[in-house]
Design a protein around this ligand. Structure first.
Ligand code: C2G
Length: 447
């Protein structure tokens, strides 16, 4: 008798799951299915799981393919189960190809083709829909989106658009999704759009997606002019769509905690915010060669302005930019200095100069400091006049951290608006205005 074992969350049970179990069963005579516990999913950073464990187990049972159903409670359990149940084959979908090769030391590993298009729901109430996500762009961030989206229940990346067909095809093949070089067909086939194209194209793609009544998550900077950002939010409202700017820091649990503590009065009234983010880039990268849209401020400014606007507001009196430029004229190190009626702030970004990259928030009673990479906040300290008194806080930041914004995006689409405060329309518009002022100063304004 050949024993097969497989694992999964099986949340919002769909035909991808059904087909996986069907083929897993066909690999042998006896199928054991491990269903992840809530605690384990939390531990491995799978967010938004909707169905309770019992429902998920019940759905696996209803397929009739499982001879035995067990609960997966910890990482490292798989190998022990394989030994315990004497499994001959371990199988899982091809979205995990390579990840479980180590199991070859214990039994045969088979990766089954992932199901590309999941549309209807199966064996479950139709109440929660799985949002079909399409990605515009095929660059670095687009590649990070798919594995992160996989960890959020209720959304499934299924399509990619790039006007250059060969780029779309290559990306689609890698992630087992569908490729498009025609925008109309792309929009017809998806419910939500993630815009990860070059900065200057964001505005036109976001607008087109909203006009097709698609919810949009757009990489930062969403737009490079205040007027454009406001127009996009108006367009979203008119079409009854969610529009979110994807600055991952804004949605990650550590930063949320930091903002909460900063605003709690612990350090008194906030008078100074100093945010610095530097990342040395190769000289031939887009960031350092695109003379119109590249440079450190358009690339990293959104991260540094985020804590400034969240803590001091967007009604500054003045903003000034001091810039170090490369020979080609692009800013490789930029310091934005903002003054407020009752505060000052600096946002420092560098692509060609390395600095400490810290976030400092100073108040009338104490200060908060978060070391780099504070933009993926995992740890920060609160200090007071007495140097011996320090409060320490830590929080998890899993993977590339995009899962947090994707989770909030899905929740907002599903009618839970509680996440809207994490990055408001006003904050996005203020960031676009700062970008615009900077580009004007640099003589690079215009579309
Ligand atoms: N699957 C698939 N096609 C899809 C979606 C999922 O073939 N469109 C497969 C997955 O590859 C996995 C199974 O269905 O084999 C269950 O998927 P999930 O519920 O998403 O669980 P997952 O997070 O993949 O858990 O320990 C857990 C396992 O490592 C896998």
């Amino acid at each position: 008798m050949i024993k097969v074992i497989t694992y999964g969350t099986f949340d919002l049970f769909h035909e991808g799951h059904y087909r996986l179990l069907q083929r897993a069963k066909a690999l042998g005579d006896y199928l054991i299915v491990g269903v992840t516990s809530e605690k384990y999913d939390m531990e491995r950073g799978k967010l938004n799981v909707v169905d309770p464990l019992l429902t998920r187990m019940e759905n696996v049972k209803k397929t009739g393919f499982a001879d035995e159903i067990i609960v997966e409670e910890t990482s490292g359990q798989k190998v022990n189960d394989i030994k315990k149940y004497n499994a001959d084959i371990f199988t899982v979908g091809s979205d995990w190809t390579g990840s479980f090769d180590y199991i070859n030391n214990f039994c045969k590993v088979v990766y089954l083709d992932r199901t590309k298009n999941i549309s209807s729901t199966m064996l479950r109430e139709q109440s929660k829909k799985i949002l079909k996500a399409g990605i515009i762009g095929t660059g670095r961030i687009a590649n990070r989106f798919i594995p992160e989206a996989k960890l959020v229940s209720g959304i499934s990346a299924q399509a990619v658009y790039n006007p250059h067909k060969e780029n779309a095809d290559k990306f689609a093949k890698r992630w087992e999704i569908n490729a498009y070089d025609d925008l109309e067909t792309f929009f017809n086939d998806v419910d939500v759009v993630y815009v990860a194209s070059p900065h200057q194209t964001h505005y036109k793609y976001v607008k087109a997606a909203l006009e097709h009544r698609k919810h949009v998550l757009c990489e930062k900077p969403m737009a490079l002019k205040r007027e454009e950002t406001e127009e996009l939010f108006d367009c979203a409202k008119e079409h009854n769509c969610i529009l979110l700017e994807g600055i991952k820091t804004a949605y990650c649990p550590g930063f949320e905690k930091l903002m909460g503590i900063a605003c709690s009065g612990t350090i008194g009234n906030i008078r100074y915010v100093d945010a610095c983010f530097t990342k040395l880039e190769g000289r031939d990268t887009r960031e350092l060669t695109d003379l119109k849209w590249g440079g450190s401020f358009t690339e990293l400014g959104s991260y540094c302005l985020l804590p400034v606007f969240k803590l001091l507001g967007d009604e500054y009196e003045n903003i000034r930019f001091d810039v170090m430029r490369d020979e080609n004229g692009l800013d490789i190190f930029t310091k934005a200095s903002l003054t407020y009626p009752k505060g000052i702030a600096t946002a420092v970004c560098g692509l060609g100069v390395k600095a400490e990259g810290r976030l400092l928030i100073a108040g009338t009673r104490g200060y908060i400091v978060a070391e780099p990479p504070w933009w993926k906040t995992t740890y920060f300290e609160v200090h007071y006049e007495d140097p011996a008194s320090v409060d320490k806080y830590s929080e998890r930041f899993l993977g590339d951290g995009l899962r947090y914004e994707i989770k909030d995006f899905v929740n907002m689409i599903n009618g839970d608006s509680k996440s809207g405060f994490k990055l408001t329309k006003g904050e996005s518009a203020a960031m676009a205005e700062a970008m615009e002022r900077f580009l004007v100063q640099e003589g690079r304004e215009g579309k």
